[in-house]
Design a protein around this ligand. Structure first.
Ligand SMILES: [Zn+2]
Ligand SMILES: [Zn+2]
Length: 271
């Protein structure tokens, strides 16, 4: 199937499955950032949350009718897990029911920075997996140096029911296969373009085409040759090109798959 043409310069249409558009980095020029994305071929962008306050902002940014279409995910990042209080399940559920919210996230475990106690991270992840399964929404999972515990919690708490994505994937092939077995997508970021990412590029080669997603994680993680700059959703095209090179296929072929996968990913939303 031919990939649709999205950009004004005839480039293939593409998506950004994970960014943080409510961050102060975009406060001055978000409309222009989105416009530049659309000009480059960006059809859809998902803005992910890190805390309940951030989730309310992101839900407010959702524009399912926009160009590009902006979708939101609401959730609490492992760094913020220590802020979780009684009643946050209900607050998160209310945010998840707002228009344009298509997923729970980001949530997960980060044993690299350990900004919240690990026990708390695990509990807050488990609660969000259960909520996602109950609401029939996919979950967006952040995993850093915590693959065994993330896998165990997804398997135990309903990850097979919710489905979802391992975002900004940096773990190894056995963990990727464990997530694929749960029905998850695997999303690659600009880290694919870093010189030090040879092992990750090998993982990117073996993920089935119908499970691939791409993302920027903007404003973070600008890809080579833009490192040090503020990242933005149009740079997902750089990730797309890197992925195509790694897999030895034309960018348009990967673009078509990634757009289809993203539309399937967000389609669980009933209204
Ligand atoms: Zn993350
Ligand atoms: Zn993120």
């Amino acid at each position: 199937m031919e990939a649709p043409i999205g950009g004004t310069r005839g480039s293939p249409a593409f998506i950004d499955s994970h960014s943080h558009l409510a961050m102060p980095d975009f406060a001055d020029d978000l409309p222009r950032v989105l416009e530049r994305g659309a000009e480059a071929g960006l059809t859809d962008v998902l803005t992910a949350s890190t805390s309940l306050e951030d989730a309310a902002l992101n839900a407010g940014l959702a524009r399912p009718e926009g160009t590009p279409r902006v979708w939101a995910a609401v959730g609490v990042h492992p760094h913020q897990a220590r802020t979780w209080t009684q009643g946050d399940d209900a607050r998160l559920e209310a945010l998840a029911r707002r228009p344009g919210v298509v997923a729970i996230g980001e949530t997960g475990l980060d044993y690299h920075y350990d900004l919240s106690p690990r026990e708390t991270q695990r509990e807050v992840l488990a609660r969000q997996v259960r909520l996602a399964a109950r609401l029939d929404l996919p979950i967006i999972v952040h995993c850093r140096e915590a693959a065994q515990d993330v896998g165990a919690i997804l398997e135990k708490e309903g990850g097979r029911v919710s489905g979802g994505v391992l975002h900004c994937f940096t773990e190894d092939e056995p963990f990727a296969r464990r997530c694929l077995d749960l029905g998850f997508y695997i999303s690659f970021s600009g880290i694919l373009t870093f010189k030090s990412s040879a092992a990750l590029r090998e993982v990117a080669r073996i993920i089935p085409e119908d499970r691939l997603l791409i993302e920027t994680d903007s404003p973070y993680l600008a890809p080579v040759p833009h490192r040090g700059e503020r990242n933005e959703p149009r740079r997902a095209a750089v990730v797309l090109e890197a992925l195509a090179r790694i897999r030895g296929v034309p960018p348009a072929a990967i673009a078509g798959a990634v757009v289809r996968n993203f539309l399937a990913f967000i389609s669980r939303r009933k209204s």
